[in-house]
Structures are given as C-alpha cells and as structure tokens.
Design a protein around this ligand. Structure first.
Ligand SMILES: Nc1ncnc2c1ncn2[C@@H]1O[C@H](COP(=O)(O)OP(=O)(O)OP(=O)(O)O)[C@@H](O)[C@H]1O
Ligand SMILES: [Mg+2]
Length: 595
C-alpha cells in the first residue's frame, strides 16, 4: 500500500480520467453554476464601473438628480451579486461533495473486492486514509479549481474589459507586470505537488501506526510500553510535521510574490494616471473606476495563481485514490465457468503447495475428506493448518496441485457458488457492529427471526442472548456490548448453522475457554458438523476424538494420518506431541485422551 515511491502520472492523464469518470455526469449542474458565476463576475465589474458616475456626477458635478438613481443601482448590484454568489457556492458544494461520495464508494468497493493477500500488506489505517483523507483533498482541489477556473476567470474578463474601456494605456501597463508572475508561480506549483504527495504518504503511515497501536493497547499496557510507543509516535509525528511544513512553506511564497508585483503595478499606474488626471486628459471618476477594477481583480488573480497549488495537491491525492480504485483482484472467476453443483460434498487436496510471498506454508499436501465425514488437522503452530482451510474457499489460490470438491477443481467454478456451499468458523471471530440477530443472519441474509433463534439454540447461544439487555436486538461489536470469547464463538457457530452449507471449515480457537464454555461450544460444534463434510483444525480433545480421520501436519506437510488409536499406537509425532503436553495443556492433544 505504501506507494510513496510511485512515479507521477502526467497531469493530463489524471485530469482526463477525473473528468471522464467522475465529473462529466455533473456537467448540467456545473453549467448552471457557471451562469451564476457569470452574474457574480458581471456585478463585480458593474460595481467598479459605477465608481465613475459616483465620483464625476455626484461628487464633482454635485448633480443631485443622479444621487438616488446611482444609490439604487449600487444596492441592486450588491443584491444580485449576493444571491448569485450564494447559488453558485451551493451548487458547486453539492456537486463536489457528490463527487467525493461517489469516489469514496468506488474506493471502498474496490478494496472490498481486493485479494485477501492485499490486506496483509496494508494496515487498516492506511486504507482508511486512502478512502477518507485523500478523497477530501481531491474535493478541495476539484471545487477550488473549478470555481477558480469559472468564477475567477469570468470576473477577470469583465474587470479587464472595464479597465481597457476606462484607459487602455493604463491597462497595458498593469498587464505587462502580471505575466512575469507566471514563471515563479508555476515553478512553486510543481514543488508543492511533489511535497504534498510525500506529506500524504506520511499521513497514511501515521494513521496506520495509530490504528495498530490502539488495537494493541492491551499489550502495550501489559508490557508497560507506553513510553516506547510514545517515542515511536513522536518520531513519526515529527516527520509528518516536517513534510507538511515544507509543503506549506513552498505554498507561502506565492502570495508575497504576487503582492510585490501588484505593488509595482499600482505605483506605476498612480504616477501615470495621476499625471493624466492633472493634465485633464481623463476624469477622476474614470481613473478611480480603473483603480477599483484593478483592486477587485487582485483577489481573483491571486486565487487563480493558487489554482495551480490546489490542482497539484489534488492531483497527488487523485493518483493515490486511483491506485486504490485500480486494484485488480487476482482471485476471480475464470471465463465461462459455471456454478458448483455439490452432489456428495467430498473435499480433496491433491499434492498442494502454497507460499505466502516468500514463506512456504504448504509443500505437497494431500488430504481427502470423504462426503459427510470429519477430518481433523492437528500439529504445531505454524504447521500450515489454517492455510489448508484458506485454500478451500479460494481465499488464496494453490501454487501447485489442486483443491477439488466432488472431483471438480475449485478454480473451475464460480467463486460465489463455491463460497455459498461452505460455512466457516474461524480462529478469530469477527463480530460486526450490528445487533446479535443481524450478526447471526450474516450467514443467510433472508433468514427469519425464528430461523435465527433456532440456529442460536443449536449453537447454545440462545440463553445468553436472551439475558442481554435487548435480546437479539442488542448491538455488539466495536461500539456495542462486549461479548466473551466463548460467546463470540457460539455466535459464529450459529451463523454457520444458519448458512446450512454442505461443507464446513472449522478453525478452533486456540484461546482457552473455561470448561463450561468449552463444553457448550463443543456440543454446538458437534451438532454443526453432523451430516456435513467437515475439515477441522482441532485443538480440543473431544473434537479430535470425534474425527473420522486425523492428519498430523508439521512444517507444511502431512506427516501422519489415521485414527486417534492408530496414531497413538504408532509412536510418531502425534504420540510425541501428546506425551509432551502431559495432560496439563488444555489445548492440543491433552493426555486426558484416555479418560
Ligand atoms: N498472511 C500470511 N503472510 C505470510 N505468511 C503467513 C501468512 N499466514 C501464515 N503465514 C505463514 O505460513 C505458515 C503456516 O501458517 P498457518 O497459519 O497455516 O499455521 P497454523 O498451522 O494454522 O498455525 P496455528 O496453530 O498457530 O494457527 C507459517 O509459517 C506462517 O508464518
Ligand atoms: Mg491457524
């Protein structure tokens, strides 16, 4: 995810894509906004234009009859300008926020569809920053840029026309100076873009760091590492400060440069224009109307100069956002594959090898789970047990060999049909931030309340759910009520029961449960496994004893297979592991096996 090293795409490419994919459909609204911007621009110029009659007719000629008319004209100009400005601001805000919402949705969808492997390389914080901060930055850029391009340019056109109308020599003097500003301003713009993209990469890192820190808060406290983490945070926050500061420093140079040039222009104009008025070549009103227009042109011109900065910042953000939108999942449906039709639901791994990047996790593993039977996987931590389970629903694709269901390679059927036939209870249970009922219904969205409660009863979860403040409507997860490890597991078992799939993958939690919870979870699991083809990573004795066949894994290979009695008698790894654990260890092959 950390793409701080990505090369910059040309501006044209990014802008073109933004226009095509995200902005084009809002062109009607934007045209309406431009009409209002035109009104703002015209009234701004009208205001400068009115200065001439105010001075020449009211103040110098003291013409009382014109006083009322001009006052009304001034009021009208301001009223129209105010309303038009309001309308264009609201329309542009709506369009830009809509664009942001669309893009967020696109990024989120693209991330959801990304391969599981992608999430191992990216921290949650980085992904959230990608969805939220970068998109906001894009919005600022798009809104500011579009507004500047339409409103400020139109205002400039009107004001400049007025200036040429009042005194074209003065106008030429004024405009000789402005092109000079272009060169430093555009050089600074490029620098700003480069620095902004570094700053945002850093921000993603800090966000990622923080979200990981808070997730591990229990461990930080337990090991007394608060100071250590504070120091780590300081280094990162300081680095972020420096990058943002450098961006800001480059940006800060723009205004003063513009202001100095403006000062020179105005001084020149006063010398020349003042001389003209004294010599009677032009009226004081025309001169002040000109000066007013020039001063009014200053703000839009400044905005216009900053336009490039906004644009560059936005481009840097847009590129990161597009990188996320463009993530292509590799685990997808092959062309022209049909749905999986499960007849027996036998599961076979045929000489399967698999690596996570560089780490070899499985090496020539062959396992057969006959239809309706239960096979247990046991072995030391890191042996590759969870990896075997991951390959069956294609969370990852095998490197070598094949995974088959009823003889069909899982890569030769659609992902949706494959996963619809599999229920999973995994090592770490994720509860979503929703009601308990909804968490169970995740297994089958159209389940009725009665079906949900039946599943919960089978999973030995109904009683504790009814004890909760709002029963099945109690919100659990991040911001809801906390549930214990054993309760969590039973909720996830209920979810799997509700799914009612012919193939069941169980990865037993390694965390110890008290014996009452353990008994209830175990009973729920046995009911769940009944009549289904089950592959279970077993840590509990009762699960192992219930299995039709046990495969002992070590270092990515299946080293022994057989029933509990056969393996115990054989004196291999299974027997060795059991004797090691001597009955004191509640997890993995307790010696109480004989009891
Ligand atoms: N996402 C991953 N990225 C890289 N390596 C991984 C990943 N997941 C697992 N591994 C590695 O693959 C090997 C097998 O891991 P696996 O999770 O299958 O072990 P396991 O038998 O389930 O262990 P445990 O009993 O501790 O759950 C280990 O060496 C592990 O470090
Ligand atoms: Mg595991």
């Amino acid at each position: 995810m950390n793409q701080s090293g990505t090369t910059h795409l040309p501006t044209k490419v990014i802008v073109g894509r933004l226009l095509r994919e995200h902005i084009r459909r809002y062109i009607p609204q934007m045209l309406l906004a431009v009409v209002f911007m035109g009104l703002v621009a015209a009234t701004t110029a009208a205001y400068a234009w009115l200065v001439q009659p105010i001075l020449d007719e009211v103040f110098i000629e003291k013409d009382h009859s014109r006083l009322m008319a001009i006052t009304i004209a001034v009021l009208a100009v301001f009223a129209i300008k105010g309303m038009a400005d309001y309308a264009q601001t609201v329309i542009m805000a709506q369009v830009s926020m809509r664009i942001v919402a669309d893009i967020r949705q696109r990024v989120f969808e693209s991330l959801l569809r990304a391969d599981l492997a992608f999430f191992h390389g990216a921290s949650t914080g980085e992904l959230i920053a990608g969805c939220m901060n970068n998109v906001d930055l894009m919005r600022d850029a798009v809104a500011n840029t579009l507004t500047a391009m339409a409103k400020d340019i139109l205002t400039l056109i009107f004001l400049v026309t007025l200036m040429f109308y009042q005194d074209w020599t003065l106008a030429l003097i004024a405009f000789f100076v402005f092109p000079l500003a272009f060169f430093p301003v555009s050089a600074i713009g490029r620098k700003v873009r480069k620095r902004a993209s570094l700053a945002w990469a850093e921000l993603e890192q800090v966000t990622g760091f923080m979200s990981e820190t808070f997730r591990g808060i229990r461990h930080i406290k337990a090991y007394g590492q608060e100071d250590h983490e504070t120091e780590r945070a300081r280094t990162r926050i300081d680095a972020l400060f420096l990058r943002i500061f450098k961006t800001m420093r480059a940006k800060a140079a723009i205004s003063p440069i513009m202001e100095m040039l403006a000062g020179v222009a105005i001084a020149t104009i006063i010398v020349y224009g003042g001389g003209q008025v004294i010599a009677g070549e032009t009226t004081a009103g025309a001169f002040f109307s000109f000066i007013t227009a020039l001063l009014l042109a200053y703000q839009p011109l400044k905005n216009f100069a900053k336009l490039n900065n906004h644009l560059q910042e936005g481009l840097a953000a847009a590129q990161r956002v597009f990188d996320l939108i463009d993530i292509e999942p590799t685990i997808t449906n092959r062309p022209d594959v049909g749905a999986l039709k499960v007849t027996q639901a036998s599961v076979t791994l045929e000489n399967v090898s698999f690596t996570y990047g560089e780490v070899t996790a499985l090496n020539g593993v062959s396992i057969e789970v006959p239809a309706g039977k239960t096979a247990a996987l046991v072995g030391p931590s890191g042996a590759g047990k969870s990896t075997v389970l991951n390959l069956i629903p294609r969370f990852y694709d095998v490197g070598d060999g094949a995974v088959r269901i009823d003889g069909t390679d899982v890569r030769d059927v659609t992902l949706e049909s494959l996963r619809a036939n599999i229920a999973i209870v995994s090592q770490e249970v994720a509860l979503f931030n929703d009601t308990i009922g909804a968490n169970i219904a995740y297994g089958r969205m159209d389940a009725s309340q009665a079906e949900i409660e039946d599943a919960a009863r089978d999973a030995a979860a109904h009683d504790f759910i009814m004890d909760m403040p709002q029963g099945y409507d109690t919100v659990v997860g991040e911001s809801g009520i906390k549930v214990s490890g054993g309760q969590r597991q039973r909720i996830s078992i209920a979810r799997a029961i509700l799914r009612d799939a012919p193939i069941l993958l169980l990865d037993e939690a390694t965390s110890a449960l008290d014996s009452e919870s353990e008994r209830q979870v175990q009973a729920a699991l046995s009911r769940l496994a009944e009549g289904r083809t089950t592959l279970v990573v077993a840590h509990r004795l009762s699960t192992i004893a219930d299995a039709d066949v046990i495969h002992v894994m070590n270092d990515g290979e299946v080293v022994e297979s057989g029933s509990h009695a056969e393996l115990s008698a054989r004196g291999g790894l299974y027997a060795h592991l059991r004797s090691l654990q001597g009955g004191h260890e509640p997890l993995s092959f307790p010696a109480a096996a004989d009891a």
